[in-house]
Design a protein around this ligand. Structure first.
Ligand SMILES: [Zn+2]
Length: 243
């Protein structure tokens, strides 16, 4: 580009010089100094040739400059387009991420989890046993005392109190005629009326009430009361949890 701009800067001087030579040549010819005139004419021609060459170089330079400006404009436009595309892609990615997060939240809200972790399954539903008046109304999750007990599903705590044979027990209402119950607790960490999310800590396990050793007694019920229990392991499996 430097070469072009140099040529462009020099060109008007060459043109001026060419015109001056023509005038000089005319004057010299009028004085009838043939050879000098011929020389001058030659010079004029020469200068004229240079001037013509310079003119075409000017046109070329102008054309090149215009082409350069056009290319730069196209480049800038392409860059602007690219930036716009990137912004669009970024916005789309953000929207996608937000939708994914919302879906995950929805799934979490709709999901179920085991009522505790690090357990061994104990007495199962409907199992007959010497320390139950009737058949076992839930599923035992054998864990050491003080283990975190969590809400198997989001809901509202409707009972957090002494439950006779169940010892300290919690009942959560989930809606849709579904309740879960957690028995033999050592410590309550929620109170009646409190909303809990799926997996939220609600208590510490223990061995209170009619219990032969530390474990969590867990029931899934269709009412808040004893006797409406359904088989919890099967229920959890139906809700994507494999205890
Ligand atoms: Zn039990």
């Amino acid at each position: 580009m430097r070469k072009n701009s140099t040529m462009k800067n020099r060109t008007p001087k060459s043109l001026l010089r060419g015109r001056a030579a023509v005038v000089t040549g005319g004057v010299v010819a009028a004085l009838a100094l043939g050879s000098t005139a011929a020389f001058a004419a030659g010079g004029t021609q020469h200068e004229g040739f240079l001037a013509a060459g310079s003119t075409s170089t000017v046109a070329q330079a102008v054309h090149q400059q215009a082409a350069g400006q056009k290319a730069a404009a196209a480049k800038a436009e392409a860059a602007a387009h690219k930036a716009a595309d990137m912004a669009k892609a970024k916005a789309a990615a953000q929207k996608k991420a937000a939708a994914k997060a919302a879906a995950a939240n929805e799934k979490r809200a709709a999901s179920w989890v085991t009522p505790t972790t690090g357990y061994v399954l104990g007495a199962h539903f409907n199992q007959a046993g010497s320390h139950w008046m009737h058949k076992h109304s839930g599923q035992d999750f054998v864990v050491p005392s003080g283990t975190t007990v969590r809400a198997a599903h989001a809901g509202t705590v409707v009972e957090a109190d002494w439950g006779g044979a169940y010892g300290n027990n919690i009942v959560i209402k989930h809606g849709g005629h579904l309740y879960t119950q957690y028995g033999h607790l050592s410590k309550f960490l929620v109170h009646v009326g409190e909303h809990v999310n799926t997996g939220e800590t609600i208590a510490k396990s223990g061995s209170t009430g009619n219990s032969t050793g530390p474990h969590l007694h867990f029931e899934v019920r269709t009412t808040p009361y004893y006797g409406s229990g359904v088989e919890p392991v099967h229920f959890l499996k139906e809700h994507g949890v494999n205890p």
